[in-house]
Design a protein around this ligand. Structure first.
Ligand code: DX5
Ligand code: ZN
Length: 216
């Protein structure tokens, strides 16, 4: 089953606990947490105390997407936070493989992300064999509510074929501009995990579960 990961960037932050609980009965979903540092991307979101509060209250696994220049620091300091997946950007570190190895000792799942202008070839065979998840950005990271970039399709297909030839096991996750208009095609291309912010949250709480199902 495709995992759907609602991005909390689009939720009502003053009511975070009821927002999280509105997804309690939903199957096959993660919560996606977008951490932006004002350096790697121009925007700022939230930091460690908020991440820890969310992971404690969340009725599902928490998936953190670090859009930061120093993922090494955050990976170390958040090791007991309860995060399930820790994703960093390949563009943010000179030694992705070394970082994956360190993060694997702290988190059940480790992901690596590529921005729209970064080719799949930036991910070496060694990285693809070591990683649990590859996040294909289908918008320029930094803001929710942007339009989906169709160049993500070829990247998903390329990752799927490299996964087969390497006998690797990573999930393919897509993030940015995902709606019910492109989700089926993304799944058919090989996406295993879809992040969606505005599409899921631009409605009332009682409809969140329906919104999630409409993406599969
Ligand atoms: C963008 C973030 C996304 C964003 C998705 O930098 O990584 O997770 O919240 O939001 P939508 O679904 O609104 O494009
Ligand atoms: Zn994200």
């Amino acid at each position: 089953m495709t995992i759907i990961s609602p991005s909390l960037l689009a939720c009502d932050f003053l009511n975070i606990e009821p927002e999280l609980n509105a997804f309690a009965g939903v199957k096959d979903m993660w919560f996606h947490l977008d951490i932006m540092d004002g350096h790697f991307v121009p925007n700022l979101t939230f930091g460690h105390p908020i991440i820890e509060l969310i992971t404690k209250k969340a009725p599902h696994k928490c998936d953190a997407h670090f859009m930061v220049t120093n993922p090494e620091f955050h990976g170390e300091i958040l090791k007991d936070s309860g995060l399930y997946n820790f994703t960093f950007h390949v563009e943010a570190t000179p030694d992705s493989l070394g970082l994956i190895k360190k993060l694997k000792s702290h988190y059940p799942s480790v992901g690596i992300s590529i921005k729209p202008n970064t080719p799949v070839s930036a991910l070496t065979d060694e990285i693809l064999k070591a990683i649990d998840l590859v996040l294909v950005m289908s918008v320029e990271p930094g803001f929710g509510g942007q339009s989906f970039m169709p160049s993500a399709f070829d990247k998903i297909k390329e990752l799927k074929s490299r996964r087969e030839s390497l006998k690797a096991h990573f999930q393919i996750q897509v993030d940015g501009g995902v709606t019910d208009k492109n989700s089926k095609e993304l799944i058919a291309a090989g996406a295993d995990n879809l992040v969606a912010g505005s599409y899921v949250f631009k409605t009332t709480k009682d409809k969140y579960a329906e919104k999630i199902e409409s993406l599969r």
